[in-house]
Design a protein around this ligand. Structure first.
Ligand code: DP6
Length: 317
């Protein structure tokens, strides 16, 4: 029987993707840059079945994004009905990029189970059609999604081992977000007066981010990443109705990161469509950052990650 299991890790954007071009194939309106994490993982198994069934973290669900994705994939490849089982070792849909690892793993498992023989670029393009950020989780280490190649597949820009940064995630809520990224992006594009300034300024942030990564210039990358994050949240806040993803502990955690920076610790923050704060730091700063963030009132727990690999197939032992 055709079946396969794939493992994929979430990635955290340092230069953010928020907004889509008009059209159906999920082309981002902004270039983005990310790091793929190691300790958070999504495990996805697919097998041929009598009808489509999707199970996430042990519960059978109807998931419109996955259903739409299967419709698109079936228009290009002949695929039977599928049983899909996906589980995360971290909270789902809470701003921890579960859709990135989810679609990167799903596509990798389908490609293997049904011998579709996709190249890594084709896998990235297909993962992007499921969820924009998933294109980047096909790659490990530092990845860019920028449309440079014309077809909006991501590419690896620096391997994890070349610059082994750490990420301390301060989890401030495990609730599912009220407004998902797809819907939020649409709202920002339709209603924020800042939208065109955002898409324009992200181009230069992306170019500067690529150069900071190639020179491994931590303080430059820190200022580009914090600025991209804050501009994205300014755009979200200026949407109608406003997209307000932070809670009190998000703000307290950012203030603590800023105190650490003032004390000379190499760390910066970034926040996605949820209230968790990701503190990116140099390897030798991880212990102090994790200790300080764990003590911020409202932080439920901290997760410490290094940089991890791109999506891969779990080989049966
Ligand atoms: C804030 O990739 O989840 O995490 O393409 O609609 O599925 P869709 O959006 P998604 O958006 C990610 C938004 C972000 C920033 C980023 O990862 O670049």
């Amino acid at each position: 029987m055709n079946q396969a299991t794939a493992l994929a890790h979430p990635n955290i954007a340092l230069v953010k993707y928020w907004g889509k071009r008009t059209g159906k194939t999920n082309i981002p309106a902004t270039p983005s840059l990310s790091i793929t994490l190691d300790n958070l993982v999504t495990r996805t198994s697919v097998r041929e079945s009598e009808r489509d069934q999707i199970e996430i973290d042990g519960k059978v669900v109807s998931d419109e994004k996955i259903e739409d994705f299967l419709v698109q994939l079936r228009a290009a490849y002949s695929l039977p009905p599928l049983s899909i089982e996906s589980s995360n070792n971290f909270p789902t849909s809470a701003g921890l990029a579960s859709s990135a690892s989810g679609f990167a793993g799903l596509l990798t498992a389908i490609d293997t189970a049904f011998n579709l023989e996709m190249s890594v670029s084709e896998r990235s393009i297909w993962a992007r059609k499921g969820s924009g950020s998933a294109a980047r989780s096909i790659f490990g280490g530092f990845a860019s999604l920028d449309g440079e190649s014309g077809d909006w597949c991501a590419r690896g820009v620096l391997p994890a081992r070349a610059w082994p940064l750490k990420v301390v995630i301060a989890v401030t809520s495990e609730k599912t977000k009220d407004v998902g990224s797809t819907q939020g992006m649409k709202r920002s594009k339709q209603t924020s007066p800042y939208y065109s300034a955002w898409t324009e300024s992200t181009k230069s942030d992306h170019a500067a981010g690529l150069s900071a990564i190639s020179q491994q210039d931590f303080s430059r990358l820190a200022s580009i990443a914090e600025s991209s994050c804050l501009k994205m949240h300014a755009l979200m806040l200026s949407s109608q109705p406003p997209l307000f993803y932070w809670n009190g502990a998000t703000v307290e955690t950012i203030a603590t990161v800023r105190e650490l920076q003032s004390a000379g610790v190499s760390v910066f923050f970034t926040v996605d469509a949820g209230p968790q704060v990701k503190a990116v730091c140099q390897e030798d700063a991880a212990d102090i950052v994790a200790e300080r963030l764990a003590n911020v009132p409202g932080v439920l727990k901290t997760l410490v990650c290094g940089l991890g690999p791109g999506a891969y197939v779990d080989q049966p032992r």
